[in-house]
Design a protein around this ligand. Structure first.
Ligand code: PHE
Length: 341
């Protein structure tokens, strides 16, 4: 019986060499391995042998079967590989290419940049790793000023080279106000979208890393009416033509007067709803007329020029626009979230 098996093996290995396509391969498979195939027939005869020979031949037959099956599978793989490399079927549907998409913050940032470009504002950026000087001191926040406590700051161990000031992660895009003044001088119109950092404990509305969008305009005879007009137009651009602006006094050391800005709620038109927490208003920005000390730090003469500055919470605008209820989604890297935009 062993010799019979050996013969089958030789025959099989000989025939498989001649196999050229999947069809003849499966014919060969049938010839040997199907229920009535040569190998199966032999294996069925095992039961007629005595116990001892049966064990011995059985073992031999099984390993032979496995060996032949392996050869068969290998040939099958080789054949299918050859097929894909040699033959191109142009009628097959192409493989789906997964495309990337812009992050929702990027989408809104670009829209706002386009809007401000129509008003003559250039879009600039400032450093995220910043010296204490530009983030605070130049903005009229002196060393032990209590306003520093308004923002919990991440300080960095090393010092800034020229100013000998502490280094920190910028807590606000206002850090770029004085930098822009020094670089471009007056008159000046610029927006600064960018990432900011505060040592906050996180929840659905607070993140240690978030985005702001700063704006400054400096020219002769600029006053609150100009600020109001620009912000009203921004509100209409963001939330539709019926949007109203409301401002209330708020202290920021680098503006005087300082204001807190709210837009009427786009969802309920000011009646009160879930999005505006029943107040009818959405608090989205801080603003004011640039403090003379800040103009001076930027090398601009406050007797000749005046200006306004505003800072939007950019994440907040994006959350409102897309009805996102947890700010932590933005940096989660979760594709289920990101694929929705
Ligand atoms: N930088 C301020 C903040 O982070 C916002 C602001 C910007 C206020 C410009 C006034 C003028 O809260």
């Amino acid at each position: 019986m062993k010799t019979k098996l050996e013969k089958i093996k030789q025959d099989f290995l000989q025939s498989i060499k001649e196999v050229k396509d999947q069809k003849s391969l499966s014919d060969l498979e049938d010839k040997y391995f199907s229920r009535k195939g040569e190998l199966s027939l032999i294996l069925r005869q095992l039961k007629d042998l005595d116990m001892k020979t049966r064990q011995e031949v059985g073992k031999f037959a099984n390993s032979l079967k496995n060996e032949l099956k392996e050869v068969l599978e290998k040939t099958r793989k080789d054949l299918s590989r050859e097929k894909t490399s040699d033959v191109v079927d142009p009628t097959l549907p192409g493989e789906k290419i997964s495309t990337g998409a812009l992050h929702p913050i990027t989408i809104v940032r670009k829209e706002i940049e386009d809007f401000f470009a129509t008003l003559g504002f250039m879009s600039i950026d400032g450093p995220e790793l910043e010296s204490d000087y530009y983030n605070f001191t130049a903005l009229n926040v002196l060393a032990h000023h209590p306003a520093r406590d308004m923002q919990d700051t991440f300080y960095i161990d090393s010092k800034d080279e020229d100013k000998q000031a502490d280094l920190l992660m910028r807590t606000q895009t206002s850090n770029t106000q004085v930098r822009a003044m020094l670089k471009h001088g007056a008159p000046l119109r610029a927006i600064v979208p960018g990432r900011c950092f505060r040592c906050e404990s996180t929840d659905a509305r607070h993140e240690h890393t978030f985005y702001q969008l700063e704006g400054i305009l400096i020219d002769e005879n600029i006053n609150l009416a100009h600020l109001k007009a620009v912000l009203e137009e921004t509100g209409k651009f963001l939330y539709g033509p019926n949007t109203k602006l409301r401002t209330r006094p708020k202290y920021f050391p680098f503006v005087e007067p300082g204001l807190n800005g709210e837009f009427s709620c786009f969802l309920c038109q000011g009646k009160g709803c879930r999005v505006c927490k029943n107040s009818g208003w959405l608090e989205v920005l801080g603003c004011g007329l640039i403090h003379p000390n800040v103009l001076r730090a930027g090398g601009i003469d406050p007797e000749k020029y005046s200006g306004f500055a505003f800072g939007f919470g950019l994440d907040r605008l994006v959350m409102l626009k897309y009805d996102i209820n947890d700010i932590r989604n933005f940096h989660s890297g979760d594709l289920r979230f990101l694929k929705q935009f």
